[in-house]
Design a protein around this ligand. Structure first.
Ligand code: 0WD
Length: 277
């Protein structure tokens, strides 16, 4: 706190800079990628963004999944014109989503990337056996799509902004059965650091968020996942499993001005598991 600031002046200053605790995201515009169902981590984050006052735009994977996530879009108050198709493997779809954001909002404050994929045979095999095609597919969907998201978000984050992606402890330590997603998430975390360095001068922060294991559809593709969750509950210092609500609240904090001088670092939301893992 600067010397000349009286406590009263400091409180007035902080209140001017950061809207009230429940308005921490008041007026913010957030794009959310990765809501597959109401168990998705992205759904927990979108709920928290809304609770703190943000408006949410949301993508769906394709026409087949659209009808399943439509009720979630309605629950989140997503305007129909901001409920957008986005399979990042289809040329132009991610860009088109950002074009619609530019057209309707003219700006963007928060972009959440909560998608990942690896072909089953590569995900279930040893890294040493991973195919070139499988590796490239996993890297494209789970890592390079975040870099593209940053490229398209940059011109829209005219008042600064926050880019958030979901990673996992398997990026840092070998986690049995995580296999090729380990190096893919390591690339994602390293990419986030470089994006944070490149975009920091524009007031754009970049955060990899690393939740503990959560029973979601994507997670069901990881071998031995139930054992992983049991081990996490037993060994994590807080002896607790993480929920999508827990991830949402912490991610909303990162998206808010309360985290305005934090960027580039992986934030673990895992009951402390990574310090003992
Ligand atoms: O324990 C967990 N569940 C953890 C997940 C722990 C730590 C991190 N994560 C990460 C995942 O690696 C992923 O990056 O969180 C992110 C979200 O995963 P999730 O919420 O666990 O899983 P899910 O609800 O399946 O969302 C992933 C979504 C896909 O859902 P489905 O179930 O259809 O695979 O990623 C999306 C899709 O909606 N997705 C794509 N989106 C656009 N283009 C694509 C694609 N090509 N492929 C998958």
């Amino acid at each position: 706190m600067q010397d000349e600031l009286s406590p009263e002046a400091y409180f007035a200053n902080v209140r001017k800079e950061i809207e009230g605790p429940y308005g921490a995201l008041e007026g913010k515009k957030a794009l959310v990628l990765g809501i597959a169902n109401n168990q998705s981590i992205a759904y927990g984050c979108a709920l928290a963004f809304r609770a703190f006052g943000a408006e949410v735009a949301m993508t769906y994977l394709n026409e087949k999944t659209k009808k399943y996530t439509e009720p979630l879009a309605e629950a989140l108050g997503v305007r129909p014109e901001l409920y957008l198709p986005c399979d990042v493997t289809i040329e132009g779809q991610l860009e088109a989503a950002f074009d619609v954001i530019a057209q309707h909002w003219g700006k963007l404050d928060i972009a959440l990337h909560s998608i990942a994929f690896a072909p089953r045979d590569d995900l279930h095999g040893r890294v040493v056996d991973c195919s070139r095609e499988g590796f490239l597919t996993a890297m494209d969907i789970s890592c390079h799509s975040f870099i593209r998201m940053a490229r398209f978000a940059e011109p829209l984050m005219t008042d600064g902004g926050v880019l958030i992606t979901m990673t996992y402890y398997g990026a840092e330590r070998v986690v049995e059965h995580y296999n090729v997603m380990g190096p893919v998430k390591a690339a994602l975390e390293a990419s986030a650091r470089y994006l944070a360095a490149e975009l920091g001068p524009k007031g754009i922060r970049v955060h990899p968020v690393s939740p503990g294991p959560i029973k979601t559809r994507a997670a069901s593709g990881i071998g031995g996942f139930d054992e992983l969750m049991e081990k996490a509950a037993e060994r994590a210092p807080q002896r607790a499993l993480v929920s999508i609500e827990d991830v949402g609240l912490a991610t909303a904090f990162l998206a808010s001005d309360y985290a305005k001088l934090i960027t580039g670092d992986t934030m673990y939301i895992d009951g402390g598991y990574h310090i003992v893992g």
